[in-house]
Design a protein around this ligand. Structure first.
Ligand SMILES: *[C@@H]1O[C@H](CO)[C@@H](O)[C@H](O)[C@H]1NC(C)=O
Ligand SMILES: *[C@@H]1O[C@H](CO)[C@@H](O)[C@H](O)[C@H]1NC(C)=O
Ligand SMILES: *[C@@H]1O[C@H](CO)[C@@H](O)[C@H](O)[C@H]1NC(C)=O
Ligand SMILES: *[C@@H]1O[C@H](CO)[C@@H](O)[C@H](O)[C@H]1NC(C)=O
Ligand SMILES: *[C@@H]1O[C@H](CO)[C@@H](O)[C@H](O)[C@H]1NC(C)=O
Ligand SMILES: *[C@@H]1O[C@H](CO)[C@@H](O)[C@H](O)[C@H]1NC(C)=O
Length: 410
């Protein structure tokens, strides 16, 4: 047990190391500078941080906490804020030295805002100009030639991957500051209804409590697993049998409070909390990938993701071939016996659910981790243990996949 935990930790560390060693991490770079903590916080909230980490040869124009609070005073929506902050990420490397030696004293730099395609025309470019006395001014190009923000200091430089420099205040830009329609305008149930999940969508609409929970999570990140109409229709009698609280919990169980892209689910397995998770009421599910296939499982059953209705940060909606049932509300098929006998790894109903045989056969060799070896004391193989096994297995698969990708890339 102890060994297994160490193994899991080791694999996890290797995985994390592997994921991050080939680039910079803006969150970590800024964490060293408390005066930039608000800026750092909003890079994460707007999901700009991973986009910054993906790129090289960039310059981040950082704002200190006072400049950020002046910006936040205008109450921009998080989407507008994303546009504004993405105007502060230049797609070229400007260290302190280069800034003061710009050819002819002025330059235009393309920004991440311009690169998103949201910015029309020339907006989305930043004018950098050297003034007398070593002053360097910055302004959005659509700001009528006013350069009102100035270089303060170099914060971090990793030439020529990323330079972080502090400027006095946010670059005003009418285009970047324009109100942006966010995903809160998304019609979740409309999208589901139009693509094979009408029964689920109608059920959700009829439950204000669950619907409210979904809406509350749309902006911060939401992944919905909606069962297709036929399986959900067949499930309705069971649903109608639930108490009012059970109904809301069941519907909330079909949503996860983070955005999970398909590629994230294919490479990152494990236990997930759901919208129904509330302290002791776990209502969790396990995401498990098997090659290109992604399955979701609980102690009760396993379902397959069969379609993508929406996969656009921060919201994803997938369809499932069956209704995933939380163990908190449903009982397993009438076979399970409480005795340790059915815990034999080979044929126990529980085991066959948590690791299907087809998986063991088709999975890469790296998935055959020691964690799968059936040499455990059956009594030790509790329910939670099983979850840990599948988690470790997932890490192995993810690690294997990462190496595979690396070799493909090389
Ligand atoms: C970047 O660093 C932060 C803080 O140390 C960490 O939470 C985050 O997972 C890191 N991101 C990546 C992609 O490694
Ligand atoms: C700098 O100015 C000269 C003369 O005005 C011009 O020919 C040249 O193209 C300019 N260089 C850049 C990089 O703008
Ligand atoms: C930047 O703005 C200044 C001041 O308005 C202007 O003189 C300069 O030509 C601009 N630079 C570029 C490259 O457009
Ligand atoms: C820049 O990135 C490359 C690979 O992306 C890495 O090998 C190099 O060490 C990085 N340079 C710095 C200064 O971090
Ligand atoms: C969402 O879509 C449904 C079905 O298409 C429609 O009936 C409903 O009016 C829409 N809601 C909003 C707020 O647009
Ligand atoms: C609904 O609950 C009743 C009483 O507990 C039970 O007899 C019946 O089988 C349940 N129906 C379904 C479809 O689960």
């Amino acid at each position: 047990m102890q060994q297994r935990q160490h193994l899991a930790l080791l694999i996890f560390s290797v995985f994390v190391l592997f994921q991050t060693s080939n680039g910079h991490n803006i969150t970590r770079l800024l964490a060293k500078h408390p005066s930039l903590s608000t800026f750092n916080h909003y890079l994460t909230l707007t999901h700009l941080a991973p986009e910054i980490n993906r790129r090289t040869t960039i310059t981040v124009l950082a704002l200190d906490n006072a400049a950020m609070s002046a910006l936040l005073d205008k109450n921009p929506s998080i989407y507008t804020l994303k546009n504004i902050l993405s105007l502060h990420v230049l797609l070229d490397y400007f260290g302190a030295k280069k800034l003061h030696q710009i050819t002819n004293g002025t330059a235009l730099a393309a920004t991440m805002f311009q690169a998103t395609g949201v910015a029309p025309g020339v907006s989305g470019f930043v004018n950098i100009t050297d003034f007398k006395g070593g002053k360097v001014g910055f302004g959005a190009e659509d700001n009528g030639g006013n350069l009102e923000s100035f270089f303060v200091k170099s914060v971090e430089e990793l030439p020529y991957n990323i330079s972080v420099i502090q400027i006095t205040k946010a670059l005003p830009s009418a285009v970047a500051e324009a109100p942006t329609p966010g995903p809160s305008q998304l019609n979740l149930t409309g999208i589901m209804s139009a693509h094979g999940c009408k029964v689920f969508a109608d059920t959700l609409l009829a439950n204000p409590e669950a619907m409210g929970t979904y809406e509350d999570n749309v902006n911060g990140g939401l992944t919905v697993f909606c069962p297709l109409d036929d399986p959900f229709k067949a499930f309705l009698p069971k649903y109608k049998n639930l108490t009012a609280a059970g109904k809301a919990s069941f519907l909330e169980f079909c949503g996860v409070p983070i955005y999970l892209s398909m590629s994230m689910m294919r490479s990152n397995n494990g236990l997930m909390n759901t919208l129904a998770t509330d302290g002791a009421k776990k209502f969790d599910l396990t995401v498990q990938n098997d090659g290109q296939e992604v399955t979701l499982k609980t102690k009760i059953n396993t379902v397959k993701i069969v379609g993508t209705l929406l996969d656009e940060q921060p919201v994803a909606i997938y369809t499932t071939d069956k209704v995933l049932m939380p163990r908190e509300l449903f009982k397993a098929a009438p076979t399970p016996a409480p005795a340790p006998a059915p815990e034999e790894p080979a044929d126990a109903p529980k085991s066959s659910k948590s690791k299907s045989k087809s998986k063991s056969k088709s999975a890469p060799a790296s998935d055959e981790s020691p964690a799968y070896s059936p040499d455990e004391d059956p009594a030790d193989q509790t329910a939670d243990d099983n979850a840990a096994v599948s988690f470790v297995g997932g890490r192995f698969a993810a690690l294997g996949l990462s190496f595979l990708l690396l070799f493909l890339l090389l």
